[in-house]
Ligand binder design. Structure first.
Ligand code: ATP
Ligand code: MG
Length: 204
């Protein structure tokens, strides 16, 4: 397989990243699974079979109890240029999400291509990358119970024409591409996406 630069690592590389980053000796096998608390998010974490992911989720949940999660949120270039940064953050805080990390950044072409690598074969990939590098974005790590799915609900469907009333995309998105916000779509994507943009010491 041809080598890709780091920024072109895709979501399918999560397992490789996890194994190569393993210093714990914990294998994440079913035997170990039985020894840890079986909260919903922990069970989801187990599915990844990566030690990095295991320790990430256990740390977040304190080993038991609530299904505390983290999700990567992006206010896309259209959200920033429409001056919706404050509105979006207000919504997140009002529903109880904790902002664990935040920064503004103008993505390079390579960063945008790597982030949306999973869509590289889709006909809209080129235009999506151009859109994502057309201006600065605001990157955030959101934290809360079931934050991944709750954020997806708050954002609304990808296409604003199909988004529910009151959602961010229904209220402000212009098109299926220019849809104001991104949110991780599952626990494994969340881990990949958060690590793509934030180092551990930038997350509070
Ligand atoms: P995101 O991943 O940004 O949170 P999503 O999960 O709702 O959005 P995906 O299917 O992952 O939607 O698509 C990623 C992004 O690609 C969309 O948010 C949108 O900006 C763009 N996109 C998706 N489908 C199309 C399309 N048919 N035409 C143009 N752009 C599209
Ligand atoms: Mg998506």
């Amino acid at each position: 397989m041809p080598q890709r630069p780091f920024t072109m690592l895709g979501r399918q590389d999560i397992t490789f990243i996890g194994v190569s980053a393993d210093h714990t000796g914990v294998t994440g096998s079913n035997t170990e699974n039985d020894a840890v608390d079986q909260t919903q998010s922990t069970r989801m974490c187990m599915g990844s079979h990566t030690n990095l992911y295991l320790s990430y989720c256990l740390t977040l949940n304190g080993g038991k109890g609530k299904s505390m999660e983290r999700s990567l949120s992006i206010i896309k270039p259209d959200g920033v240029s429409k001056r919706l940064v404050g509105e979006v953050i207000r919504i997140f805080e009002d529903v109880g999400f904790r902002i664990a990390a935040m920064k503004m950044k103008k993505l390079s072409r390579e960063e945008a291509q790597g982030f949306y690598y999973v869509h590289r074969e889709r006909p809209f990939f080129g235009e999506l990358v151009e859109f994502m590098i057309s201006g600065p974005v605001v990157l955030m790590v959101l934290e809360g119970e079931d934050v991944i799915m709750r954020n997806r609900e708050i954002m609304g469907a990808t296409d604003p024409a199909e988004a529910a009333e009151g959602t961010i995309r229904k209220r402000w998105a212009d098109s299926k591409q220019n849809n104001i916000v991104h949110g991780s779509d599952g626990p494994e994507s969340a881990m990949f996406e958060i690590n793509y943009f934030f180092s551990g010491i930038e997350i509070f």
